[in-house]
Each structure stands twice: as structure tokens, then as C-alpha cells.
Design a protein around this ligand. Structure first.
Ligand code: C5P
Length: 392
């Protein structure tokens, strides 16, 4: 396993030396990247001697000439740890600033990120810092909280870098999680479908595609080899590493998803598929008249049920957006569609679900078990969902 250890400018920077050694004892190859401020406390020479690897400091440094080190290191790492993480470095990472080698490398990385903050207790509880930490956690970063006690500036409170064993345990956990879906192919249906009435009008729903994008991101973070998304028209941005098929109607979604289903290990139906479509599609534009207009609708195919049928070996998971917290309807759908599990969310609570950045899922399994993801960002919920689903 390859770990990039980012060290920023806290007094606790000296403890990163022990952390590097302990990670190496656990079998990791450790490469250290220091911020300018970190160099006021510790030196490149110390870490190069300890790790036997070159350190990075300057954004334009290229230990291998002609190869951009921040991209190389980000690609080769299995895990990026920032320990100690200062308020400044955390805020920069949260807001996408890359003004030194460490922040640029973190920006370029798609690997799991583990952050161990260390700072004065007032800085730690500062709302601006806490907000930045929440932003990173919502994006899937893991945080090893600082310990309480006496800190270097003479104050007492929460701000001391967590213990080395606690950081190493979190790192091993993160590495294990990042391999959970290794070698697996994941298929996700996402977004709404659009059922045409005529050439300019359609029936659709409020699905934003955010939950589908979060499930795709979570699958990648858990190490899936291939993530494929069949999406209806949604403005959300899907992860660049996913293969995306854009469709409009439920029929088109079924066709694309069915082609991919047989070689999928995990199939997650996040799409809000329109239950009905107009029986006839008018060419051109329907004309206005003084009479009431009656539309005749016919049912759409049940995509996830069909995918469960054509991919019997896959773990097939549905979503159930219900206007109640009662799981009875979700259980009925789980059985009727032949699913491995179903993730229910209560859409009567407007603070979660449709168009929101937050969600809360109750994952009901065919054997009756229920896993609660708790309330959090859609990515947090997606990670918790996939961890509960697991893989063979
Ligand atoms: O039956 P209901 O639409 O409530 O079930 C929701 C689950 O079934 C979701 O996972 C959704 O993606 C899937 N579904 C589907 N095709 C449909 C309707 C729902 O795949 N026509």
C-alpha cells in the first residue's frame, strides 16, 4: 500500500515522523509532502531519511523530470493522509485552493482522504473551520478528531493531534474500505425519465440525479473497478471515472441498463422512473382547444425488477421514496421486484431527498434486517448504503 502523508504547519508536525514510521511498520510505502509552514518545524531531510523516499514541497518540483509530481503521486497513492492538518490547509482543501504542493496534490487525488487536524482549541471550534471540516466530510473525507488536553500554546481543550495508533487504525480502516468493491462492476440508474407528450412537452418528476451521482462516487471510493450510470436528463455532474449513458424515456433507460446488467455485480436503481407514459406521442405540437383534455397513460416497464430478472447473480438494490417513515410499502416492493435490498427515504420530510443535498435512508434487506444510514450528505448516505450492501 502506498500512502501520501501531507504534513502542514502545526507544532504537532514533529509527530508526523512517528506516524510515518508506524505506517511503514504496517507495510506502507510512505511519501511525505510538506507545506512551507511545516518546514519551520520539521525538515525534508528528516522525512527523507525516515522514509527512504523523496519529499515534495514546491509545486513545480519534479523528482522525475518531465513528470508532474502532484499528478504522479496522486495517481499512485492508495490513501492520502493530512496529519497534522492545520485550519489553513483544511480550509484550502475544502474550497479547492491549490496554492502549494500539498493542496494541489489533494485536489488532483481521487483516492480516500484522511484528515487529522491539530490546532489551538479556539481555532478548532471556530465556526469557519468546523464548516470547512463538514464540507470535506460531506465529500467523503474521513476525520480523526483531535484529542482534548493541554496544547502547546498553554490552553486546554480539544486540538491536540489524535494519537498515532488512532490515526494508523483509521488509515488501515480507510484502506480496507477502499478495496471493498475491488474488481466489481456497479450499474446505477439515476435521475428522472422524460415521457414525451409531443415534440416539445413531456411528463417527468423532480429527481435531480444527485443521489445517483453520490452512489457512483461512493462506489468509486470503495474501489469499484467499473461504475456505469444510465441517467435520464439531469443537470448533476457525474464522476469523471464513471461511464455514463444518457437516455430520455423509461424505455430507453431499460434498453441501456439491460445491456449492461448481465456483467454487473451490483445494480442500484436510484432513478425516479415515470410510472406511466402517454399512450400516443403527438408529432409536432398538441393544439389548444376550449375542451378539457384527457390524456391516456400506459404503464412503463419496471426497470429494476427486469434487471433483477436478467442479472440473478447481482445484488440488486432499489430505492423507495415514500411519503411516510413506515417501511411496510418498501418491504412489499422489495419482495415484488425480487431485490436484494431496498433503500427507503421519507419524502414527507422536505429537508431530505428530492433536490436536497441531504438524505437519510433505511435499508431494508430481504431477510428482514434494517440498516439506518443516519442523516447526512447524500455521499455519506451512499457510502453507508454500499457498506451495508457489501459484496460477495
Ligand atoms: O415502484 P416504485 O417506483 O416506487 O419503486 C422504486 C424503485 O424501483 C426505484 O429503485 C426505481 O429506480 C425503480 N423503478 C424502476 N422502474 C420503474 C419504476 C421504479 O426501475 N418503472
Amino acid at each position: 500500500m502506498r500512502v501520501v502523508l501531507g504534513v502542514s504547519g502545526s507544532v504537532a508536525a514533529f509527530r508526523a515522523a512517528d506516524l510515518a514510521r508506524e505506517l511503514m511498520r504496517q507495510g506502507a510505502e510512505v511519501r511525505v509532502c510538506l507545506t512551507d509552514a511545516a518546514q519551520k518545524f520539521v525538515s525534508v531531510a528528516l522525512f527523507e531519511a525516515l522514509t527512504g523516499q523523496p519529499c515534495l514541497v514546491d509545486t513545480f518540483e519534479e523528482p522525475n523530470r518531465g513528470r508532474m509530481a502532484h499528478i504522479d503521486w496522486a495517481r499512485q497513492a492508495d490513501l492520502v493522509i493530512v496529519a497534522p492538518a492545520t485550519a489553513n490547509t483544511v480550509a484550502k482543501i475544502a474550497h479547492g485552493v491549490g496554492d502549494d504542493m500539498l493542496t494541489t496534490l489533494v485536489l488532483a487525488s481521487t483516492k480516500p482522504l484522511l484528515i487529522a487536524p491539530a490546532m489551538n482549541p479556539s481555532m478548532y471550534t471556530n465556526e469557519a473551520f468546523q464548516e470547512a471540516l463538514r464540507v470535506l466530510m460531506a465529500r467523503g473525507a474521513m476525520v480523526v478528531e483531535p484529542a482534548e488536553g493541554d496544547v502547546a500554546c498553554g490552553e486546554n481543550g480539544q486540538g491536540k493531534l489524535a494519537s498515532i495508533p488512532a490515526i494508523v487504525a483509521a488509515a488501515l480502516d480507510a484502506l480496507q474500505q477502499s478495496k471493498m468493491l475491488a474488481g466489481k462492476t456497479v450499474l446505477i440508474t439515476s435521475g428522472p425519465t422524460r415521457e414525451a407528450l409531443d415534440d416539445v412537452r413531456y411528463l417527468s418528476n423532480r429527481s435531480s440525479g444527485k443521489m445517483g451521482a453520490a452512489v457512483a462516487q461512493a462506489a468509486l471510493q470503495l474501489g469499484a473497478a467499473k461504475v456505469r450510470i444510465v441517467t435520464g436528463p439531469a443537470s448533476v455532474v457525474y464522476p469523471a471515472q464513471a461511464e455514463v449513458a444518457q437516455v430520455m424515456s423509461a424505455d430507453e433507460m431499460l434498453e441501456s441498463a439491460r445491456a449492461w446488467a448481465p456483467d454487473s455485480d451490483l445494480i442500484i436503481g436510484v432513478a425516479a422512473v415515470a410510472d406511466y407514459r402517454p399512450q400516443t406521442r403527438v408529432r409536432g405540437k398538441m393544439r389548444r382547444s376550449a375542451e378539457p383534455l384527457q390524456l391516456v397513460l400506459e404503464p412503463n416497464p419496471d426497470i429494476i425488477a427486469e434487471l433483477a430478472r436478467v442479472a440473478p447473480k447481482a445484488r440488486v438494490v432499489g430505492f423507495a421514496a415514500e411519503p411516510t417513515a413506515d417501511l411496510a410499502v418498501a418491504r412489499e416492493k422489495l419482495a415484488r421486484k425480487g431485490l436484494f435490498a431496498i433503500a427507503a427515504n421519507d419524502v414527507s420530510d422536505t429537508s431530505i431527498g428530492f433536490e436536497s443535498g441531504q438524505n437519510e435512508l433505511s435499508v431494508v434487506f430481504a431477510d428482514g434486517r434494517v440498516h439506518q444510514t443516519g442523516r447526512g450528505s447524500k455521499l455519506r448516505c451512499a457510502l453507508s448504503l454500499l457498506q451495508a450492501i457489501g459484496a460477495d
